[in-house]
Design a protein around this ligand. Structure first.
Ligand SMILES: C[S@@+](CC[C@H](N)C(=O)[O-])C[C@H]1O[C@@H](n2cnc3c(N)ncnc32)[C@H](O)[C@@H]1O
Length: 385
Protein backbone atom coordinates (compact mmCIF):
# COMPACT_ATOMS: atom_id res chain seq x y z
CA UNK A 1 0.00 0.00 0.00
CA UNK A 2 1.27 3.52 -0.77
CA UNK A 3 1.54 5.71 2.31
CA UNK A 4 2.77 9.24 2.83
CA UNK A 5 3.86 9.99 6.40
CA UNK A 6 6.66 11.78 8.19
CA UNK A 7 8.09 9.74 11.05
CA UNK A 8 10.25 11.30 13.76
CA UNK A 9 12.21 8.74 15.75
CA UNK A 10 14.02 9.33 19.03
CA UNK A 11 14.97 7.76 22.34
CA UNK A 12 12.27 6.16 24.41
CA UNK A 13 10.27 8.58 26.63
CA UNK A 14 11.01 11.58 24.44
CA UNK A 15 7.76 11.87 22.42
CA UNK A 16 6.51 14.97 24.21
CA UNK A 17 9.83 16.77 23.96
CA UNK A 18 10.23 15.98 20.24
CA UNK A 19 6.69 17.17 19.49
CA UNK A 20 7.32 20.42 21.39
CA UNK A 21 10.58 21.02 19.54
CA UNK A 22 8.92 20.43 16.16
CA UNK A 23 6.21 22.99 16.96
CA UNK A 24 8.84 25.57 17.86
CA UNK A 25 10.98 24.87 14.81
CA UNK A 26 8.12 24.66 12.29
CA UNK A 27 6.57 27.92 13.47
CA UNK A 28 9.84 29.73 13.06
CA UNK A 29 11.20 28.04 9.91
CA UNK A 30 8.09 27.46 7.78
CA UNK A 31 5.45 29.53 9.60
CA UNK A 32 3.18 26.61 10.27
CA UNK A 33 2.01 24.69 13.30
CA UNK A 34 2.25 20.94 12.75
CA UNK A 35 -0.90 18.88 13.30
CA UNK A 36 -1.21 16.58 16.32
CA UNK A 37 1.01 13.57 15.65
CA UNK A 38 0.10 9.92 16.05
CA UNK A 39 2.35 8.51 18.75
CA UNK A 40 3.90 5.11 18.24
CA UNK A 41 5.48 3.63 21.35
CA UNK A 42 7.38 6.05 23.56
CA UNK A 43 9.81 7.38 21.01
CA UNK A 44 8.12 7.85 17.61
CA UNK A 45 5.82 10.50 16.20
CA UNK A 46 3.99 10.22 12.89
CA UNK A 47 2.63 13.21 10.91
CA UNK A 48 0.98 13.45 7.50
CA UNK A 49 3.83 14.03 5.06
CA UNK A 50 4.35 17.66 4.16
CA UNK A 51 7.47 18.75 2.25
CA UNK A 52 7.88 21.96 4.28
CA UNK A 53 7.58 20.16 7.58
CA UNK A 54 9.94 17.42 6.41
CA UNK A 55 12.55 19.99 5.40
CA UNK A 56 12.25 21.87 8.70
CA UNK A 57 12.44 18.64 10.72
CA UNK A 58 15.58 17.33 9.03
CA UNK A 59 17.27 20.72 8.94
CA UNK A 60 16.62 21.96 12.47
CA UNK A 61 15.41 19.29 14.91
CA UNK A 62 17.95 18.30 17.55
CA UNK A 63 16.07 15.91 19.87
CA UNK A 64 15.35 12.97 17.47
CA UNK A 65 17.77 10.41 16.08
CA UNK A 66 16.10 10.00 12.69
CA UNK A 67 13.53 11.59 10.41
CA UNK A 68 11.91 9.15 7.97
CA UNK A 69 9.48 9.43 5.08
CA UNK A 70 7.22 6.36 5.20
CA UNK A 71 6.31 5.51 1.60
CA UNK A 72 5.03 1.88 1.50
CA UNK A 73 3.32 -0.38 3.99
CA UNK A 74 2.63 -4.09 3.70
CA UNK A 75 0.83 -6.75 5.72
CA UNK A 76 2.84 -9.48 4.04
CA UNK A 77 4.75 -11.73 6.39
CA UNK A 78 6.60 -13.69 3.73
CA UNK A 79 9.06 -12.57 1.08
CA UNK A 80 7.23 -13.43 -2.14
CA UNK A 81 4.01 -11.54 -1.46
CA UNK A 82 6.10 -8.68 -0.08
CA UNK A 83 8.07 -8.47 -3.34
CA UNK A 84 4.91 -8.55 -5.47
CA UNK A 85 3.14 -5.95 -3.34
CA UNK A 86 6.11 -3.58 -3.35
CA UNK A 87 6.53 -3.90 -7.12
CA UNK A 88 2.85 -3.01 -7.60
CA UNK A 89 3.17 -0.01 -5.25
CA UNK A 90 6.31 1.29 -6.94
CA UNK A 91 4.73 0.89 -10.38
CA UNK A 92 1.90 3.23 -9.48
CA UNK A 93 4.02 5.65 -7.39
CA UNK A 94 4.13 9.08 -9.03
CA UNK A 95 6.41 10.69 -6.42
CA UNK A 96 9.92 11.73 -7.37
CA UNK A 97 11.71 9.34 -5.03
CA UNK A 98 14.54 8.43 -7.43
CA UNK A 99 16.60 9.73 -10.33
CA UNK A 100 18.22 7.76 -13.10
CA UNK A 101 21.64 6.41 -12.02
CA UNK A 102 21.09 7.10 -8.31
CA UNK A 103 22.81 4.87 -5.76
CA UNK A 104 20.59 3.51 -2.99
CA UNK A 105 21.11 1.52 0.18
CA UNK A 106 18.59 -0.61 2.06
CA UNK A 107 18.65 -1.60 5.71
CA UNK A 108 16.23 -3.54 7.89
CA UNK A 109 15.57 -2.69 11.54
CA UNK A 110 13.39 -4.39 14.13
CA UNK A 111 12.14 -7.06 11.74
CA UNK A 112 12.26 -10.01 14.17
CA UNK A 113 8.53 -10.65 13.69
CA UNK A 114 8.91 -11.16 9.96
CA UNK A 115 9.17 -14.75 8.73
CA UNK A 116 12.58 -14.15 7.13
CA UNK A 117 16.02 -12.90 8.10
CA UNK A 118 17.18 -9.32 7.92
CA UNK A 119 19.35 -9.87 4.84
CA UNK A 120 16.52 -11.53 2.94
CA UNK A 121 14.22 -8.62 3.68
CA UNK A 122 16.88 -6.16 2.58
CA UNK A 123 17.38 -8.13 -0.65
CA UNK A 124 13.65 -8.29 -1.37
CA UNK A 125 13.07 -4.58 -0.84
CA UNK A 126 16.13 -3.70 -2.88
CA UNK A 127 15.13 -6.02 -5.74
CA UNK A 128 11.57 -4.70 -5.80
CA UNK A 129 12.83 -1.11 -6.11
CA UNK A 130 15.62 -1.78 -8.63
CA UNK A 131 13.64 -4.27 -10.82
CA UNK A 132 10.48 -2.18 -11.04
CA UNK A 133 12.28 1.02 -11.85
CA UNK A 134 14.49 -0.69 -14.43
CA UNK A 135 11.27 -1.51 -16.28
CA UNK A 136 10.49 2.20 -16.21
CA UNK A 137 13.92 3.00 -17.63
CA UNK A 138 15.34 4.26 -14.31
CA UNK A 139 18.68 2.62 -13.54
CA UNK A 140 19.51 2.40 -9.83
CA UNK A 141 22.48 0.70 -8.23
CA UNK A 142 23.43 -0.23 -4.68
CA UNK A 143 25.87 2.15 -3.00
CA UNK A 144 26.12 1.46 0.74
CA UNK A 145 28.80 4.13 1.26
CA UNK A 146 27.20 7.25 -0.16
CA UNK A 147 23.74 6.50 -1.46
CA UNK A 148 21.47 9.24 -2.76
CA UNK A 149 18.70 7.69 -0.66
CA UNK A 150 18.85 5.29 2.28
CA UNK A 151 15.83 3.02 2.46
CA UNK A 152 14.74 1.45 5.73
CA UNK A 153 12.34 -1.49 6.22
CA UNK A 154 10.88 -1.88 9.69
CA UNK A 155 8.00 -3.73 11.35
CA UNK A 156 5.79 -1.21 13.16
CA UNK A 157 3.61 -1.52 16.27
CA UNK A 158 0.77 -3.09 14.29
CA UNK A 159 3.07 -5.76 12.88
CA UNK A 160 3.11 -4.24 9.38
CA UNK A 161 6.27 -3.80 7.36
CA UNK A 162 6.90 -0.13 6.64
CA UNK A 163 9.35 0.98 3.97
CA UNK A 164 10.75 4.48 4.44
CA UNK A 165 13.42 6.83 3.16
CA UNK A 166 15.80 8.07 5.84
CA UNK A 167 15.65 11.80 5.13
CA UNK A 168 18.64 12.70 7.29
CA UNK A 169 20.74 10.01 5.60
CA UNK A 170 21.71 8.37 8.93
CA UNK A 171 21.77 9.12 12.63
CA UNK A 172 20.98 12.74 13.36
CA UNK A 173 22.69 12.43 16.72
CA UNK A 174 26.08 12.80 15.06
CA UNK A 175 26.50 16.53 14.54
CA UNK A 176 29.90 16.29 12.89
CA UNK A 177 31.93 18.20 15.48
CA UNK A 178 33.07 15.38 17.75
CA UNK A 179 36.86 15.05 17.43
CA UNK A 180 37.59 12.85 20.42
CA UNK A 181 35.22 10.32 21.82
CA UNK A 182 36.27 10.90 25.46
CA UNK A 183 34.81 8.64 28.11
CA UNK A 184 31.12 7.81 27.87
CA UNK A 185 30.12 11.01 26.12
CA UNK A 186 26.45 11.85 26.22
CA UNK A 187 24.79 11.34 22.86
CA UNK A 188 24.12 14.70 21.27
CA UNK A 189 20.38 14.30 20.80
CA UNK A 190 20.04 13.38 24.49
CA UNK A 191 21.84 16.58 25.47
CA UNK A 192 19.18 18.41 23.41
CA UNK A 193 16.43 16.43 25.18
CA UNK A 194 17.87 17.43 28.58
CA UNK A 195 18.00 21.11 27.58
CA UNK A 196 14.37 20.92 26.44
CA UNK A 197 13.31 19.17 29.67
CA UNK A 198 14.96 21.98 31.66
CA UNK A 199 13.21 24.53 29.41
CA UNK A 200 16.57 26.10 28.69
CA UNK A 201 15.93 29.66 27.53
CA UNK A 202 19.10 30.98 25.87
CA UNK A 203 17.92 34.59 26.19
CA UNK A 204 17.72 34.39 29.98
CA UNK A 205 19.54 31.30 31.22
CA UNK A 206 23.22 31.10 31.95
CA UNK A 207 24.13 27.46 31.46
CA UNK A 208 26.80 25.71 33.52
CA UNK A 209 27.76 22.07 33.01
CA UNK A 210 29.96 21.38 36.07
CA UNK A 211 31.03 17.90 34.81
CA UNK A 212 31.17 18.59 31.12
CA UNK A 213 33.51 15.84 29.85
CA UNK A 214 33.82 16.24 26.09
CA UNK A 215 31.51 19.26 26.18
CA UNK A 216 28.36 17.80 24.66
CA UNK A 217 25.86 19.79 26.76
CA UNK A 218 27.57 23.22 26.43
CA UNK A 219 28.09 22.79 22.67
CA UNK A 220 24.56 21.55 22.16
CA UNK A 221 23.20 24.50 24.17
CA UNK A 222 24.89 26.99 21.84
CA UNK A 223 23.83 25.17 18.69
CA UNK A 224 20.29 24.79 19.96
CA UNK A 225 20.13 28.48 20.84
CA UNK A 226 21.19 29.44 17.32
CA UNK A 227 19.16 26.62 15.70
CA UNK A 228 22.10 25.79 13.47
CA UNK A 229 20.90 24.07 10.27
CA UNK A 230 22.06 20.65 9.16
CA UNK A 231 22.41 19.82 5.49
CA UNK A 232 21.19 16.54 4.03
CA UNK A 233 22.15 15.28 0.61
CA UNK A 234 19.06 13.03 0.73
CA UNK A 235 16.86 16.13 0.83
CA UNK A 236 18.79 17.45 -2.15
CA UNK A 237 18.41 14.16 -4.04
CA UNK A 238 14.66 14.28 -3.45
CA UNK A 239 14.33 17.92 -4.45
CA UNK A 240 13.23 18.88 -0.93
CA UNK A 241 16.24 20.99 0.06
CA UNK A 242 16.31 24.78 0.36
CA UNK A 243 18.61 27.44 1.56
CA UNK A 244 18.96 27.23 5.32
CA UNK A 245 20.25 29.78 7.80
CA UNK A 246 20.43 29.60 11.60
CA UNK A 247 16.97 30.49 12.88
CA UNK A 248 18.41 32.65 15.67
CA UNK A 249 21.75 33.76 14.24
CA UNK A 250 22.31 36.38 16.96
CA UNK A 251 21.74 34.04 19.90
CA UNK A 252 24.75 34.17 22.20
CA UNK A 253 23.96 32.47 25.51
CA UNK A 254 26.42 32.55 28.37
CA UNK A 255 27.67 28.97 28.60
CA UNK A 256 30.34 27.50 30.90
CA UNK A 257 31.76 23.97 30.95
CA UNK A 258 33.81 22.72 33.92
CA UNK A 259 35.49 19.41 34.62
CA UNK A 260 38.07 18.12 37.04
CA UNK A 261 40.01 16.43 34.24
CA UNK A 262 42.29 18.61 32.09
CA UNK A 263 42.48 16.08 29.25
CA UNK A 264 38.74 15.93 28.68
CA UNK A 265 38.59 19.72 28.84
CA UNK A 266 41.12 19.86 26.00
CA UNK A 267 38.87 17.52 24.00
CA UNK A 268 35.87 19.73 24.81
CA UNK A 269 37.76 22.78 23.51
CA UNK A 270 38.64 20.95 20.28
CA UNK A 271 35.04 19.88 19.85
CA UNK A 272 33.77 23.41 20.42
CA UNK A 273 36.21 24.73 17.85
CA UNK A 274 35.02 22.16 15.33
CA UNK A 275 31.43 23.14 16.13
CA UNK A 276 32.31 26.82 15.62
CA UNK A 277 31.20 27.66 19.16
CA UNK A 278 34.13 29.75 20.37
CA UNK A 279 32.26 31.65 23.06
CA UNK A 280 31.95 28.82 25.58
CA UNK A 281 34.10 29.29 28.68
CA UNK A 282 35.95 26.13 29.76
CA UNK A 283 37.32 25.88 33.26
CA UNK A 284 39.13 23.22 35.24
CA UNK A 285 37.25 22.88 38.49
CA UNK A 286 36.37 20.24 41.08
CA UNK A 287 32.62 20.46 41.52
CA UNK A 288 33.21 20.60 45.29
CA UNK A 289 34.76 24.06 44.83
CA UNK A 290 32.31 25.52 42.34
CA UNK A 291 30.70 28.73 43.65
CA UNK A 292 28.13 31.06 42.06
CA UNK A 293 30.72 33.82 42.44
CA UNK A 294 33.03 32.12 39.88
CA UNK A 295 30.20 32.20 37.34
CA UNK A 296 29.32 35.79 38.24
CA UNK A 297 32.98 36.74 37.63
CA UNK A 298 32.89 35.14 34.16
CA UNK A 299 29.69 37.01 33.37
CA UNK A 300 31.21 40.31 34.50
CA UNK A 301 34.35 39.77 32.41
CA UNK A 302 32.15 39.24 29.39
CA UNK A 303 30.03 42.28 30.19
CA UNK A 304 26.97 40.13 30.81
CA UNK A 305 24.44 39.86 33.59
CA UNK A 306 22.97 36.63 34.92
CA UNK A 307 19.19 36.64 34.88
CA UNK A 308 18.45 32.95 35.45
CA UNK A 309 20.81 30.05 35.80
CA UNK A 310 20.79 26.39 34.91
CA UNK A 311 23.22 23.74 36.14
CA UNK A 312 23.01 20.67 33.92
CA UNK A 313 25.18 17.55 33.71
CA UNK A 314 25.38 13.81 33.51
CA UNK A 315 27.63 12.85 36.41
CA UNK A 316 29.62 9.61 36.61
CA UNK A 317 27.39 6.79 37.66
CA UNK A 318 29.41 4.09 39.01
CA UNK A 319 31.46 2.17 36.47
CA UNK A 320 34.65 3.12 38.29
CA UNK A 321 33.55 4.25 41.74
CA UNK A 322 32.21 2.04 44.50
CA UNK A 323 28.91 2.90 46.16
CA UNK A 324 30.48 4.73 49.09
CA UNK A 325 32.62 6.99 46.88
CA UNK A 326 29.70 7.59 44.58
CA UNK A 327 27.44 8.59 47.43
CA UNK A 328 30.13 10.98 48.68
CA UNK A 329 30.52 12.53 45.21
CA UNK A 330 26.76 12.99 44.88
CA UNK A 331 26.59 14.48 48.33
CA UNK A 332 29.30 16.97 47.37
CA UNK A 333 27.32 17.76 44.22
CA UNK A 334 24.22 18.34 46.34
CA UNK A 335 26.09 20.76 48.61
CA UNK A 336 27.44 22.68 45.61
CA UNK A 337 24.05 22.72 43.91
CA UNK A 338 22.40 24.17 47.00
CA UNK A 339 24.68 27.19 46.84
CA UNK A 340 23.10 28.24 43.52
CA UNK A 341 20.01 29.80 45.03
CA UNK A 342 17.38 30.79 42.48
CA UNK A 343 18.86 28.53 39.77
CA UNK A 344 17.54 25.25 38.34
CA UNK A 345 19.63 22.08 38.30
CA UNK A 346 19.15 19.08 36.01
CA UNK A 347 20.94 15.72 36.18
CA UNK A 348 20.81 12.61 34.04
CA UNK A 349 22.04 9.71 36.11
CA UNK A 350 21.73 5.93 36.13
CA UNK A 351 22.18 5.41 39.84
CA UNK A 352 19.50 5.97 42.52
CA UNK A 353 22.17 7.09 45.00
CA UNK A 354 22.01 10.58 43.53
CA UNK A 355 18.41 11.00 44.57
CA UNK A 356 19.25 9.73 48.06
CA UNK A 357 22.25 12.04 48.46
CA UNK A 358 20.21 15.06 47.39
CA UNK A 359 17.37 14.02 49.68
CA UNK A 360 19.83 13.74 52.57
CA UNK A 361 20.94 17.29 51.74
CA UNK A 362 17.31 18.43 51.97
CA UNK A 363 16.46 18.59 48.25
CA UNK A 364 13.62 16.93 46.38
CA UNK A 365 13.32 17.02 42.59
CA UNK A 366 10.42 18.83 40.96
CA UNK A 367 10.67 16.43 38.03
CA UNK A 368 11.85 12.81 37.99
CA UNK A 369 11.61 11.13 34.62
CA UNK A 370 12.91 7.80 33.33
CA UNK A 371 15.19 8.23 30.32
CA UNK A 372 17.53 5.71 28.70
CA UNK A 373 21.15 6.75 28.29
CA UNK A 374 22.96 4.52 25.77
CA UNK A 375 20.53 1.71 26.58
CA UNK A 376 21.17 2.05 30.31
CA UNK A 377 18.25 2.77 32.55
CA UNK A 378 18.64 6.28 33.85
CA UNK A 379 16.62 9.08 35.39
CA UNK A 380 16.47 12.76 34.69
CA UNK A 381 15.99 14.96 37.77
CA UNK A 382 15.18 18.64 37.84
CA UNK A 383 15.56 20.67 41.03
CA UNK A 384 14.42 24.24 41.71
CA UNK A 385 16.96 25.83 44.02
C1 LIG B 1 29.74 10.87 32.44
S1 LIG B 1 31.00 12.04 32.23
C2 LIG B 1 30.22 13.39 31.45
C3 LIG B 1 30.15 13.22 29.97
C4 LIG B 1 29.84 14.46 29.23
N1 LIG B 1 28.45 14.90 29.40
C5 LIG B 1 30.15 14.29 27.75
O1 LIG B 1 29.24 14.37 26.94
O2 LIG B 1 31.31 13.99 27.41
C6 LIG B 1 31.30 12.64 33.85
C7 LIG B 1 32.41 13.68 33.94
O3 LIG B 1 32.50 14.09 35.32
C8 LIG B 1 33.84 14.47 35.56
N2 LIG B 1 34.06 14.52 37.02
C9 LIG B 1 34.18 13.48 37.90
N3 LIG B 1 34.35 13.94 39.14
C10 LIG B 1 34.34 15.30 39.07
C11 LIG B 1 34.46 16.33 40.05
N4 LIG B 1 34.65 16.07 41.35
N5 LIG B 1 34.37 17.63 39.62
C12 LIG B 1 34.19 17.91 38.30
N6 LIG B 1 34.09 16.96 37.34
C13 LIG B 1 34.17 15.68 37.73
C14 LIG B 1 34.65 13.41 34.84
O4 LIG B 1 35.96 13.87 34.58
C15 LIG B 1 33.80 13.17 33.57
O5 LIG B 1 34.30 13.95 32.50
Amino acid sequence: MLVNELRIVGSTQTNVVMAAELIRIAQRAVKQRPPEPRKEGLGQLVYPFDPDLAWAAVTYLRTPTRVLWDVYRSRATRLEPLYDELCADIREDQRALWRDRDGISVEARRVDEFAAGERQIVGTVKNAIVDTLARRGVRLHVDPERPATRWVARVDDQGELVVSIDLGGGSLSQRGWRREIGEAPLREHLAAVLLMLCRFDPRKDTLVDPMCGSGTIPIEAVEMARATPRSSHTLRALGLARDAQPLYADADPLVVGCDIDLDVLAAARDNARAAKSPNITWMRMDIARLEPQAIADIAREKGRTIENGLLLCNPPYGERLDERDLYDLYRVMADTTRRFTGWRAGFLVGNPLLERAFFDAGMKPRIKKPLANANLRAYFYLFDL
